[in-house]
Design a protein around this ligand. Sequence first.
Ligand code: UD1
Ligand code: CA
Length: 477
Amino acid sequence: MTPTPIHIVVLAAGQGTRMKSSLPKVLHRVSGGSLLDRVLRTARSLSPETLTIVVGHGADAVRSHLSGQDDVQFALQQPQLGTAHALLQTAPLLSGRTGTLVLLSGDVPLLTTTTLHGLVTAHCGAGAAATVVTATVERPFGYGRIVRVDGDVARIVEERDASPAERQIREINSGIYAFDMAPLFEALGGIASQNAQGEYYLTDLVAIYRRRKLPVKSFGVDDAQEVRGVNSRPELAEVSRLVRQQKNEELMASGVTLVDPAATYIDPDVEIGPDTVIHPGVIIEGRTRVGAACEIQAYVRIADTEIGDNVTVKSFSFITGARIDTGASVGPFAHLRPETIVGEGAKIGNFVELKKTTLGAHSKASHLSYLGDATIGTDVNVGAGTITCNYDGKHKHKTVIEDGAFIGSDSQLIAPVRVGKGAYVAAGSSITEDVPPGALGIARGRQAVVDGWVERKKQSTAEKTTTSRKDAGKPAH
Ligand code: UD1
Ligand code: CA
């Protein structure tokens, strides 16, 4: 339900001094993306007519972070003189527009879409000129306080400007508001900067509206965590923890076992099927999908990967941009790089690296191998220490191993090369030419056996030692 057009402004120009960072605060990452990414995702749920971000400190970095997101427009605030001044910078882009302006803060990342929709509905329903999202918290330190007179919001006072009595108020300003656009920009121009920070405070608008008898309402959130602002690294860590906790709770509710949720790091967009067991220290990132009844052992990191059902990923494996089909087993200590496909029931063992490689169903590479730019059929056995030599210093070349082939241990396949269906490569071979189907490829130095060699060697060594002992007794010249 959107009774009026919605325009969203996100404030993201502040330096974030307390982060002590060269990166703009809103680009710091919480689980799954930057603070700003999360805020924008929530913002878009309102299907706004316009979406404007006020940038200033680190403006270029913020702009390039969002390049390609064409629904976003930028207003530059330079210098940064406070939140009212920040919002005023959007006037050239938004003047003449009517409807509701929803103001979000780039550093308040936990706000839910439910709250945001509730705010707009309440604001429009009450016909308010401004609606402030508030929360009642145990420790209000650092936030602006909501000062009420006869139950109505009369003013907002910042921590630094508050009297000792006002500091006792536990209802805080979240920094999130809905405004009727009609009186807004003209009123913003009337805000002064006589306060502890010498800044133009948006919060002063509340008192101004009250004097003008324009209705100001509040919209309280039940869960104060939602409106937590991130101003420092400990707060960033805490918000990340809350995001992960929520994701973990959703996963457990849907039937996933997390052996130790506090030590499990799963991004918000990850999907995991029921009866999958995730052990401690596991990191699953990006757009990863894990099927049902899988086991992901301790200290595995998986990003942007598609995993079928009944897959086992053993400890200390790193997997990115890959696909692992049903019933396959990977690791321990495996490295699957982008564009790798591990077929159904296939097995990748320890210290095996795959890149741009397809391993067919029920094939195995169990130990110590590098397989790059390779297409490997079904039921192939890749012996320990097999290396595809795919790079000649300039170009990458392809290796093809057809169904049922057997590659003996410690072989090098010097690409481009093809090993035919059912063919064998003898252990220790350097294969430079195609091996036809059903053939044996053997390419290694022939072994020579020298009988009695050890005994002869011993004798000649003994003779040399006796001579040199005699030499040692002679005077030096
Ligand atoms: C602000 C509110 C405070 C509220 C708190 C909630 C004011 C004066 N105070 O305080 O009442 O409890 O948020 O988190 O509004 N920004 C700009 N340009 C500026 C200054 C800030 O874009 O010139 C942006 C920041 O990047 C940030 C947001 O506005 O995203 C809030 O600014 P911040 O300095 O963090 O305000 P607080 O002190 O947290
Ligand atoms: Ca803040």
